[in-house]
Design a protein around this ligand. Structure first.
Ligand code: GLC
Length: 556
């Protein structure tokens, strides 16, 4: 077991190497990670039981998607009480135990903060619905009178990210309220002092319990343009740049949002132990995104440009360069993300005929990825991601090479985006399927019963942890070796130097004394001089690296 112990109180000033600059952070989607009680939904005790597994993997921190009290209209991203653990996931004591054990194993813990909207079951929204137009209770949300003679038309033309209108009315209510996501996720009014002070209190609540940071949901959405003007674009997360790079729309990336993060940063800095924030902000170009990680704001932002990159050497090189340059300009680390709970798993994206395309879910009647090719590319991509300087994110199951569930039947789907678009958008359920731990057990060992909140496809047996643990060349063992070498060679704190490859399909770079070669083409290539440390596939008889494969070499 990896028993690295860490001193979580080292002041940043002494090291100038704050942990988050180079950390490998593992995303846990609690409802799908491990189920301790057999109800088919993962929970906090399930996570605690698997912490030694994560310790052995060699990650630095975990980030937990929401586990707070919620009617689960958007899988917990609709929070009814920010200080209460939903009974689905356990209790606050379970959380404290999990946190303590993670820390004892040398892992930090980041929790999700959802400040753009609450659940419609939040006490504030319930009070707002029971109060008249113009009341103080309504002022915490974005209630407006409708347009048209009888106010029967929405106040503006904004569309929800999940499809359909961004405004709804409660039955019998004369006013409309804004929801950039589901109608059960009313947007908060961030001009209201109650909202600001409440979230500072929520931050303190979790900081006092000892969390090491926050992943800030929809960080670019909190502040809306004054007057909520009409906008011709579609409010989307991924295509957030549709309105042109400089005009993401009046609901995104407003200047005043930054003051919120400056105040949060002051709060975090008043705590010992390098607490951090990472922004989920789907904005472009990188120069706009890095405004969220200026020295007095957040520490990291997810690099979605990298996630969106196709399996193409020139494209990847360009994104790596622009990401490194943009973050260096503000003195922040770059992050590298390939998958998360909102995107088709990259193992499957890389197996599509346009490898790396990002469909909004895959269903049985859509193009089915080439599973073996996608896996092969995903294994190679791990060599790239984990060799780059900065911080890397791993989405649960990625270390197993787990594919998307691409044939989930419609009646199992739960993503509100599927329903709000009448199935036009397949949605995100396929990347959220419970993990396989044991190939031959009910629910593939996800829990003690056969229950699993989404059915697992049969091919998950091949990817189960017990099929890979200790198996030379398995994706799990590959990740363990990569993470160990990344740690030993201090790649996260290193510097990238491109080397010229012998083909336009090859990327090759040094980071310190480690050289990475990725062959994105089909033809084998000769490796540069150096001692081979690890490769994603066997070399051929002439020692060449085959297509869709990668290698790490020691230069000394
Ligand atoms: C973020 C979350 C996503 C959620 C949305 C609304 O994008 O990652 O899962 O649906 O915010 O909270």
């Amino acid at each position: 077991m990896n028993m690295r112990t860490k001193d979580f109180t080292t002041p940043a000033a002494c090291t100038n190497l704050e942990w988050w600059r180079s950390a490998v952070i593992y995303q846990i989607y609690p409802r799908s990670f491990a189920d301790s009680d057999g109800d088919g939904i993962g929970d906090l005790p399930g996570i605690t039981a698997k912490l030694p597994y994560l310790g052995r993997l060699g990650i630095d921190a975990i980030w937990l998607s929401p586990f707070y009290l919620s009617p689960q209209a958007d899988a917990g991203y609709d929070v009814a009480d920010y200080r209460v653990v939903d009974p689905l996931f356990g209790t606050l004591d379970d959380f404290d135990r999990m946190l303590e054990q993670a820390h004892a194993l040398g892992m930090r813990v980041i929790v999700d903060l959802v400040p753009n909207h609450t659940s419609d079951e939040h006490a504030w929204f319930q009070a707002a619905l029971q109060s008249p137009p113009g009341s103080a209770e309504r002022a915490r949300y974005l209630f407006r009178d409708g347009k048209g003679a009888h106010g029967n038309l929405p106040p503006n033309n904004w569309q929800s990210v999940f499809g359909g209108n961004a405004w709804s009315r409660a039955p019998g209510d004369s006013q409309w309220y804004l929801h950039l996501f589901d109608r059960r996720q009313p947007d908060l009014n961030w001009d209201h002092p109650d909202v600001r002070s409440e979230f500072e209190d929520v931050l303190k609540f979790w900081l006092d319990r000892g969390v090491d940071g926050f992943r800030v949901d929809v960080a670019h959405g909190l502040v809306k343009a004054p007057g909520l003007p009409d906008w011709a674009g579609q409010a989307a997360m991924v295509e957030g740049t549709e309105g042109g790079d400089d005009n993401p729309g009046p609901m995104w990336d407003q200047e005043d949002v930054h003051e919120i993060y400056r105040s949060w940063r002051r709060l975090l800095d008043s705590y010992p132990g390098e607490r951090m924030m990472v922004a989920e902000a789907w904005i472009a170009p990188q120069a706009r995104l890095t405004r969220y990680i200026r020295p007095d704001e957040m520490q990291q932002a997810f690099n979605f440009d990298y996630l969106l990159t196709h399996w193409d050497a020139a494209e990847i090189k360009a994104v790596v360069d622009s990401s490194l340059a943009a973050s260096a300009a503000v003195g922040a680390p770059t992050t590298w993300v390939m998958s998360n709970h909102d995107s088709v798993r990259h193992t499957s994206r890389y197996g599509l005929s346009k490898p790396g395309a990002r469909p909004k879910g895959i269903a049985a009647d859509g193009e089915q990825p080439d599973e073996a090719l996608g896996l092969r590319r995903a294994r190679a991509a791990a060599f790239l991601t984990l060799a780059l300087p900065g911080s890397a994110y791993i989405y649960q199951g990625e270390e197993l090479g787990l594919p998307e569930h691409t044939t989930l039947e419609a009646h199992y789907r739960q993503d509100p985006a599927f329903f709000r678009t009448n199935g036009e958008e397949i949605g995100r359920d396929g990347c959220r399927v419970p993990l396989p731990w044991l190939a031959d057990a009910p629910s593939f060992g996800f829990g003690p019963s056969e229950k699993s909140w989404l059915p697992q496809p049969e091919n998950f047996a091949r990817y189960a942890v017990d099929r890979q643990e200790g198996v030379y060349g398995s994706t799990l063992e590959l990740y363990r070796q990569l993470l160990q070498l990344r740690h030993d060679y201090k790649l996260g704190n290193g510097q990238l130097r491109w080397q010229s490859g012998d083909s336009s399909d090859v990327l090759s770079f040094d980071n310190g004394t480690l050289c990475t070669v990725i062959n994105l083409g089909m033809r084998p290539v000769t490796l540069p001089p150096g001692r081979l440390l690890l490769s994603s596939e066997q070399r051929d008889a002439s020692g060449r690296l085959p297509g869709n494969a990668a290698a790490w070499l020691a230069l000394r």
